[in-house]
Design a binder for this molecule. Structure first.
Ligand SMILES: CC(C)(COP(=O)(O)OP(=O)(O)OC[C@H]1O[C@@H](n2cnc3c(N)ncnc32)[C@H](O)[C@@H]1OP(=O)(O)O)[C@@H](O)C(=O)NCCC(=O)NCCS
Length: 227
């Protein structure tokens, strides 16, 4: 219900009692203010761009020139996206979330400059999902001192289903129409489409599959599957 309609209802309810009317109106206004989508965005730095933040998602940015590009059709995407942190500002990262993708509970994190996370269209992510394009702490060569674990790009193709409590780690790829089994840890590039990836470390356990967000019951009733 929009604010004007709520005001009209309150007017009818309280009639001449202006004090109660004003108090109730003020409470509604505060509630509305608290729930405004921009309350979910905390960006510290310059030149950061956020195209859109669906309700239920929190975005934290510490750094400059980062881009969060979420398709406006993404309505259900619960969780948190973090770029950088107070002690470690992070710059020029890109996070893209494609049309109609959804997540019930996700933690996306980037800590390396110029790194990217790309999520395709029509993806379905379950609860307890981590997509971390960083290990958060450096691993280096004992001899050369070179940093060995820099997060660069995570790519998740169109129509990928991540099962409950999966970890998608730095520099990984999951190709389109694939499924990641519950509890998997994905730590390398899976470029073959239409596969099921599962286990720790994740490996391909089935090929030549696809999936639907319908329950198996409804999928069968629908008649779209025949024996
Ligand atoms: C990934 C999944 C969908 C695959 O289902 P499936 O096609 O029926 O797979 P199968 O049971 O035939 O398993 C195939 C192989 O993968 C293994 N496997 C399946 N899921 C696994 C998992 N989560 N972790 C590790 N291994 C797994 C099986 O043990 C089997 O191994 P084998 O070939 O050595 O015997 C399912 O196992 C799963 O993880 N379901 C949970 C989905 C979920 O999280 N839903 C929450 C709502 S979004």
């Amino acid at each position: 219900m929009d604010f004007a309609a709520q005001k009209a209802i309150l007017k009818t309810k309280y009639g001449e009692n202006k004090l109660q009317y004003t108090a109730h109106l003020a409470a509604l206004w505060l509630k509305k203010l608290y729930h405004r989508p921009f309350r979910n965005i905390y960006a510290y730095g310059k030149g950061n761009k956020i195209s859109y933040c669906p309700e239920g998602l929190k975005i934290y940015i510490w750094g400059n020139g980062n881009v969060i590009d979420i398709d406006p059709s993404v309505s259900f995407f619960q969780g948190k996206i973090e770029i950088g942190e107070g002690q470690s500002p992070t710059n020029n990262c890109i996070v893209k979330i494609g049309a109609k993708s959804s997540a019930a509970g996700i933690h996306i994190s980037l800590r390396e400059d110029n790194s990217t996370i790309t999520i395709g269209k029509n993806c379905m992510f379950s609860w307890g999902i981590k997509i971390w394009n960083t290990d958060f702490h450096a691993i280096y060569s004992e001899t050369t001192k070179e940093c060995l674990n820099i997060g660069k790009a995570i790519t998740i193709g169109d129509h990928v289903w991540l099962g409950q409590a999966t970890y998608v780690l730095k520099n990984t790829t999951i190709a389109e129409n694939s499924i990641v089994g519950a509890g998997a840890i994905v730590s390398k590039k899976f470029t073959e489409p239409n596969v099921i990836i599962a286990g720790i470390p994740a490996r391909v356990v089935k090929r030549g599959i696809n999936w639907s967000s319908a329950t198996p019951n409804n999928y069968l009733k629908d008649g779209s599957f025949s024996f």
